[in-house]
Write a protein that binds this ligand. Sequence first.
Ligand SMILES: NC(=O)c1ccc[n+]([C@@H]2O[C@H](COP(=O)([O-])OP(=O)(O)OC[C@H]3O[C@@H](n4cnc5c(N)ncnc54)[C@H](O)[C@@H]3O)[C@@H](O)[C@H]2O)c1
Length: 353
Amino acid sequence: MSTFSLPSDTEEIAKRVTTAAMDFSGKTVLMTGGRGFLGRHFMDTFNYLNEHILPEPMKLVVLDNFISSGKEGKNIPKFPHVEFIEHNVINKFEYSGKIDYIIHAAGIASPFYYRAHPIETLEVAITGTKNMLQLAEANNARFTFFSSSEVYGDPDAKHVPMQESYRGNVSSMGPRACYDESKRVGETLCYIFHENNGVHTNVIRPFNVYGPGMQETDYRVLPNFASRIKSGMPLHVYGSGGQTRTFCYLTDAIVGFLLVFLRGVAGEVYNIGNPKPEITILELVKRVETVLGKKVNHEVIEYPDSYPADEPLRRAPDIRKAKIQLEYTPEVSLEDGLKRFLDWSDKTYTGDA
Ligand SMILES: NC(=O)c1ccc[n+]([C@@H]2O[C@H](COP(=O)([O-])OP(=O)(O)OC[C@H]3O[C@@H](n4cnc5c(N)ncnc54)[C@H](O)[C@@H]3O)[C@@H](O)[C@H]2O)c1
């Protein structure tokens, strides 16, 4: 059993996508960033599909350069049908066999890491995406790019929840620009390769995924809270605590992502997240207390130097397009998801982050 996932979650994901996943039977999938939080769950899910569902196993080729995967990215079980290659995707990659799907999930997602590596953050989403699109074109493979809800920047309230057609309000200068702007360019590359070169591209804009497997030193809000709960320290809420977010539990997110890989309409972009509830970070503290059944101290503090300020005030997805085109529906409530995550982090985190 792996330490980064709950077996019941992996089974739930596989059962929710069984029909669509049949298309993976006997196919080869190349996944970049496969040692990261989401990539490790894809490995787990694909392994489950191979063991329990697919008539012929799928093969998975995983690329990662470990820049932000932490110790969690190194300590993973050996799965059959998975080939791991240490590779920086800003360099060309050649593969001798036929590739059917390319999932470009490499990226520097945590604000803590992209503040430390701004140039690498730009390069993986721009040069890395171009290299993977060229590989998709050469193989006639379906290509999916992991963009981000950050491409919407700090939206005007009238655009919340955000539809895919909203063009965003993003700054090209500032501590978040390396991430937000590079994801926007990555999306433009997908558009060009689809329009001009006929590549089957899809773009996913994930909205705050959380769940077992998140690095304790990731410093996004929920692992940060979980680590401080473990150490008995007060929770740290940055800024005013009035900024809103939605939180999508891991199983709902992975189901949505798989439906895009398998069923996405060529050239389309999809928001994947859980639109409800949209809550402030201070309300999130209360939900954590409800789940734990006890009072948890918290402090509202200035943004630390390691974390980029000027974060969006509101963020919530409109997922009607994914619902209609992919039959995607999130099913895990915030309370249920928090319970699964906090039970796992209590057993796994050390409280030393
Ligand atoms: N998890 C979320 O809530 C979320 C939200 C929005 C967008 N995304 C995007 O989804 C993707 C996966 O997210 P995640 O949470 O698993 O992130 P993660 O940071 O846990 O994993 C990303 C992986 O990519 C690898 N990587 C980075 N640059 C690389 C390079 N040049 N070559 C090869 N590997 C490289 C890292 O080492 C890491 O293992 C990322 O592109 C991220 O930007 C995630």
